[in-house]
Design a protein around this ligand. Structure first.
Ligand SMILES: Nc1ncnc2c1ncn2[C@@H]1O[C@H](COP(=O)(O)OP(=O)(O)O)[C@@H](O)[C@H]1O
Ligand SMILES: [Mg+2]
Length: 603
């Protein structure tokens, strides 16, 4: 999929794939016994209620003329009993079906979420997060109505229709035929609106998705918005998006509203024909119809159109649901591009030799980011990447953890190509600290322990001490048990970095990756941290990306990356001697520091 944004509609499927309904069926099947129970209950109750017009017809045509009060009372009692049974059955149905509906929704939602957990970085690179959220929450919820009532109602309504037809035929076949003339008219309406209705709902779901994407983006970016006083512009964008959503919704729902009145009008037309013809037949000299039969029949007509009306409603919610189902299943079917090879083995305990063999990589086709990268890293040594922003440093280290697949070439750890082992066995042996350190909601203890679920409190504290985070954590009101929000909004950027740093160490990895791990940390803390770290890096292969050259001066090998290639490599001293890009960088930092010192001294 091409990269998507909040103001770009997602591509719509043209024709409807019936398999999607079949797949929905798979979620429904486990609940089939309960559903059948409910259907039997409903059918029995509606079959019984179907009798009541007959009771009336009997009273009118036989028991009133015969003045048989006993039978009249008995018929009244039967009517009451039938209505009570029906009422109880309906309540029970609502309870059971809501439960089944929610269970199905829960399973679908769980499937999407589980799949989302596995989808690679590239999936998230390609689309706004709000558009992913809307699928898991809103779209799935929109199926609720269909699942909790729609299916059972449809089955029972179809059966009811057959019952009613039967009773109508028993009453009078001619009037039944008149009534059935309404059905082709209804079919005409459906054929006319079907395609437009489906498209309208697809568009509506797209607009909802766009709106959601913008809301999510705005919340994430609220600080920048407010600092650049962009609120008014954002409100305008929001107004436009919300306006298109409203318009799309109104357009889609207009089609749904067409169905109800169409059924009503067709029902009114056929009923009036039934009355006209019925009365003519009653009044005809050779009267072929009794008043009682006509009254009973007209009460069946009402019941004949009621299920058709709900069936039309079901048809509406089905079309609506399909536009969501397409998106839901699309997410569940999204291929996991970075996954275990078919006969992937387990990564043996890592020693720490890493080799990039002619690795090429691009995020988007045709736009190469890494160009034939070759290097070997020996176990236990420290490798540093420096170079301008956007050179490809983060990309290189992301490939070591196999967050993306390489286009060509190989990455080997201890001689094993990482694409041939399970991702789990690979990543559990690595400690990665990413450029933007993410903090989850929970305690600081939980956040550090994210790196290793089995770590004891003491191990967590030890890791925090190593990265000099212990002091600030102890000073917080509840120490390690202080609750932090998602993204750690109550922590400073440097504090967040220290926590993620501790998290990466806790896994006791043989390979440690630190992507600008100390960029927000003051120099004093960094010097302290460096001391602890030197001990800690022993025995681990580490890859460090840093802009402050003091951080990486002692690395066993420094690689200068530019335009996706390694331009220079060597130790600090060797590179300085070369007087190339690294040297220039060093001098510029040196000059910068000197100038600052000079200006401070001058003040
Ligand atoms: N997810 C992504 N999708 C597409 N391009 C990306 C992505 N991440 C980074 N890039 C591009 O790849 C290049 C290298 O990025 P990166 O490795 O993050 O650089 P840096 O050296 O600053 O860490 C940059 O030009 C950047 O625009
Ligand atoms: Mg980077």
């Amino acid at each position: 999929m091409a990269r998507n944004r909040y103001d770009v509609d997602e591509v719509l499927e043209d024709s409807f794939d019936v398999n999607q309904l079949k797949r929905l069926g798979r979620y429904i099947i486990p609940h089939k016994n309960k559903m059948i129970g409910v259907i039997v209950l409903l059918l029995s109750s509606s079959a019984l209620t179907m009798m009541t017009p007959i009771f009336f017809q009997r009273i009118m045509d036989y028991y009133i003329p015969a003045k048989d009060m006993k039978m009249i009372a008995f018929m009244a009692f039967l009517t009451l009993a039938v209505s009570s049974y029906y009422a109880i059955a309906m309540r029970y149905k609502i309870r059971i079906m809501s439960e089944i509906g929610q269970n199905i929704i829960h399973s679908i939602r769980t499937d999407i979420f589980n799949h989302l957990q596995e989808l690679p970085f590239s999936y998230y690179d390609d689309r706004p997060h709000g558009k992913i959220q809307v699928r898991v929450v809103n779209y799935v919820n929109s199926l609720s109505d269909l699942l909790s009532n729609g299916i059972v109602n449809t089955i029972t309504d179809l059966c009811n229709l057959l019952f009613i037809l039967l009773f109508m035929l028993i009453c009078d076949a001619r009037l039944t035929l008149v009534c059935l003339c309404g059905l082709p008219m209804l079919a005409g309406v459906i054929v006319f609106i079907k395609r437009r209705q489906r498209r309208a709902w697809q568009i509506q779901s797209n607009k909802q998705s766009n709106l959601n994407a913008y809301i999510a983006e705005s919340i994430n970016g609220i600080r920048v918005t407010q600092s650049f006083v962009r609120e008014r512009e954002n409100n305008n964008i929001f107004n436009n998006l919300s306006g298109s959503y409203r318009k799309a919704w109104m357009r889609a729902v207009k089609f749904n509203f067409t169905m109800g009145p169409s059924v009503d009008i067709i029902s009114a037309i056929t009923t009036s024909f039934v009355y006209v013809l019925g009365i003519r037949w009653i009044l005809a000299p050779d009267s072929t119809l009794t008043v009682g039969v006509l009254i009973a029949f007209t009460s069946y007509i009402g019941r004949f159109w009621a299920p058709i009306n709900t069936l039309a409603g079901f048809y509406n919610s089905l079309l609506t649901a399909i536009s969501y189902l397409e998106r839901i299943f699309e997410t569940i079917d999204e291929p996991v591009l970075v996954k275990d090879a078919e006969n992937a083995g387990i990564m043996p305990p890592i020693q720490g030799d890493v080799e990039f063999r002619d690795v090429c990589f691009s995020y988007e086709e045709g736009h190469r980011i890494l160009d034939h990268i070759n290097f070997t890293a020996k176990k236990g040594e420290t490798y540093a990447f420096v170079g301008p922003t956007g050179a490809g440093k983060t990309t290189i280290v992301n490939l070591i953890s196999r967050f993306y697949n390489v286009d060509s070439g190989q990455i080997l750890i201890d001689g094993t190509d990482i694409s041939t082992v399970t991702i789990r066995s690979l990543r559990t042996q690595m400690g990665v600290m990413m450029q933007d350190s993410f903090i989850f909601s929970g305690t600081i203890m939980d956040n550090i322990r994210y790196g290793n679920r089995d770590a004891t409190d003491e191990q967590v504290v030890a890791a925090a001490k190593t990265v000099c985070a212990h002091e600030f954590i102890s000073q917080m009101e509840n120490g390690y048990y202080t609750e932090v929000n998602e993204r750690g909004s109550r922590l400073s950027a440097g504090q967040r970095q220290l926590i993620s740093f501790a998290r990466a160490l806790l896994a006791d990895p043989k390979i440690l990756i630190l992507d600008e791990a100390t960029s927000s940390i003051d120099t004093e803390t960094e010097i302290l941290l460096q001391k602890g770290l030197n001990k800690l890096l022993k025995g681990r292969t580490s890859f460090i990306i840093a802009h402050r050259l003091s951080t990486i001066k002692n690395a066993d090998c420094i690689m200068y990356i530019d335009h996706g290639g390694i331009v220079e490599r060597g130790t600090h001293e060797e590179l300085l001697k070369q007087r190339g890009a690294y040297y220039d960088l060093y001098i510029s930092q040196f000059d910068f520091l000197n100038q600052n010192e000079a200006s401070t001294a001058g003040n």
